[in-house]
Every structure is written in structure tokens, then in C-alpha cells.
Design a binder for this molecule. Structure first.
Ligand code: PMP
Length: 296
């Protein structure tokens, strides 16, 4: 699914076939979960493949690595160049790009000198699909910001996301909405969260969440469209039965939510601010004129 016989990946400075890009079973990342990564998308535009917010993603990778005491031996501009080369070599335009910095063999809990840098890309549909989602408030809390750097995109944090998504699916929901340590709404398992009430959008402030690049784009677009956004802490109770809601993330893009804990949102998604933002997001990622744009 992620590669075929023609796929080329970048691994420790070399272009390789995925099967030959291998690492050790004694790697610290495999045993203890310390590694950092990114999830990036490129889109087919009139000017060819365009990586959306490449600089922002690679700045975040650098920040994540620094916080986790991981060496990242490539600059942001080198990482962008490798990404475009990767797309070219794999003849991809609409693609998901996954850079991963993992740590070499070491069974101690000390920072590791040897790092592996891997980058691959594949064609991937919108992560949460195109349908409106029915979500539940998770019984799992997002990691405590004093236990780890929640703003770093660290491999090990995703065990929390996997538990929350698995619980939601087992209970018949599409996705989970996780609370922070204080019981306020934080984010989804792999996306940030906004809800709409009386023509205003609400999202939680930074601090207990991954600072999403799509979240920032939503804030920029809301400013452009003169949509009022309030960043504040709120409870799941305030969200249930409000007008509308959506998740946003690089893989998920902007995806509407039909209900939280089986309580439907009041407004038809097509009339919501989220829908309008989703249309503009499509236009921005594809470099198309907003007015002529048909949502696909
Ligand atoms: N929160 C979490 C936990 C995520 O994994 C993601 C996806 N990277 C996001 C939010 C959204 O971040 P972005 O918009 O940068 O993809």
C-alpha cells in the first residue's frame, strides 16, 4: 500500500528501494518511542507539485527534534529540496510525505548519537475520508504537558492517539475527541478541533495540543474571510448541540463533524463556517481561484 517495486525512498543520505532501507532491532526509537516525524502533503497545481507549508512543517520537525534531544543533520531548505526530489523520483504530485528521524541502536535512556533520517511519500486519500464524522469524547486524556513536550511531534505520543481511535471505533464511532489534563477539549487523535456557535468559531489555545499547521492556516483563512475566532478553553458539554464542528490536519484537511457523543450539531455542514473554510483550504492548497472553485 505504501510502496511498490518502483518506489524510491531517502534513507541516511541515499536513494534506496524501501526493502533495502533497513535499521537495527536494537534502535532506541523501536523500544522506547523517542523519534520525531512530520506529515506533509503536496498537491497537484497548475505549476506542478506544490508542497503545502513545507517550511512550517520542517521548522516544526526541527523544533520537535531539539525538544527531544535528537540531532537533525539537514537544514529546512535541504529538507525541502529532498522532498521535491523524492516526489520527482516517484512521479508523485498529489502525495503525502513522511519524514522520520529515528534513533540508532541504544538500550539506555540516554540521548543517542547515531540518528537515521528517512523520507518516503505515497498517494494517500484524505485521512478521515470525505463523509461527516460521528465522534465521541474519549476516555483517554491527551498527554500531560509536564510529562512530555506535547507540542513536539514525537513517535511515542501516538500510542495515546491509537488508544483513543481504537476505543472510538470499537464503540461504533468514527473518531475520538480527547480532553486535556484539566478536562477541557484538546484535539482529535491526529487533528485539531474547532466548533461553531452563533457565527463564531472556537478552538482551544496552544499549550496542551500539537500546534497544527492546518490550525494556523484555518486562523489565517478565518481572518481573511472576516470570521470571528475565539481561542479559549471549553468543555465537551459546550460543544454538544452547538451549531457545527470540524477537525483539521494535514492528512485529514478540513473535515466536518455530524455529532459528538451522539448529539447532532444544529446546522447543515454546507451552511457552516467550516464548510466555507474547507472550500478556501482546497483553493489554497491547489492554488486555484476561490470564486471558480467547486468543492470535490
Ligand atoms: N494534532 C495531532 C495530535 C496530530 O497528530 C496532528 C497531525 N499532525 C494535528 C493535530 C494537526 O497538525 P497539522 O495540521 O500540522 O497536520
Amino acid at each position: 500500500m505504501y510502496y511498490n517495486k518502483n518506489t524510491i525512498v531517502f534513507f541516511n543520505g541515499e536513494w534506496k528501494e524501501p526493502k533495502t532501507a533497513t535499521t537495527s532491532l536494537y534502535d532506541q526509537t523501536l523500544h522506547y518511542g523517542n523519534g520525531v516525524f512530520e506529515g506533509i502533503r503536496s498537491y497537484n497545481t497548475v505549476n506542478g507539485a506544490h508542497i503545502f507549508k513545507a517550511k512550517e512543517h520542517y521548522n516544526r520537525l526541527h523544533n520537535s527534534a531539539k525538544k527531544m534531544h535528537i540531532k537533525l543533520n539537514y537544514s529546512v531548505s535541504e529538507l525541502i529540496d529532498i522532498s521535491y526530489e523524492l516526489l520527482k523520483m516517484n512521479k508523485l504530485t498529489n502525495a503525502y510525505i513522511r519524514p522520520l528521524v529515528s534513533l540508532g541502536p541504544n538500550m539506555t535512556l540516554h540521548p543517542v548519537e547515531k540518528v537515521n533520517f528517512f523520507m518516503c511519500a505515497w498517494k494517500w486519500d484524505r485521512y478521515l475520508g470525505n463523509e461527516l464524522l460521528n465522534i465521541m469524547t474519549s476516555s483517554y486524556t491527551r498527554p500531560h504537558p509536564k510529562s512530555c513536550h506535547v507540542d513536539a511531534k514525537t513517535v511515542g505520543h501516538y500510542t495515546n492517539s491509537i488508544l483513543a481511535t481504537t476505543e472510538a471505533k470499537e464503540k461504533g464511532f468514527d473518531e475520538a475527541l480527547l480532553l486535556d489534563v484539566n478536562g477541557f477539549v484538546a484535539e482529535g487523535s491526529g487533528a485539531n478541533f474547532f466548533f461553531e456557535k452563533d457565527k463564531t468559531l472556537y478552538t482551544c489555545p496552544l499549550g496542551n495540543i500539537l500546534p497544527g499547521i492546518t490550525r494556523s492556516t484555518v486562523l489565517e483563512m478565518a481572518h481573511e474571510l472576516d470570521i470571528k475566532v475565539v481561542e479559549k478553553h471549553f468543555t465537551a458539554e459546550e460543544v454538544r448541540g452547538s451549531d457545527a464542528a470540524f477537525f483539521c490536519g494535514t492528512a485529514a484537511e478540513i473535515v466536518g463533524i455530524a455529532s459528538l457523543d451522539r448529539v447532532s450539531f444544529n446546522m447543515k455542514w454546507e451552511y457552516s463556517l467550516g464548510y466555507e473554510l474547507a472550500r478556501l483550504y482546497q483553493q489554497k492548497t491547489h492554488n486555484k481561484a476561490y470564486n471558480n472553485f467547486e468543492l470535490v
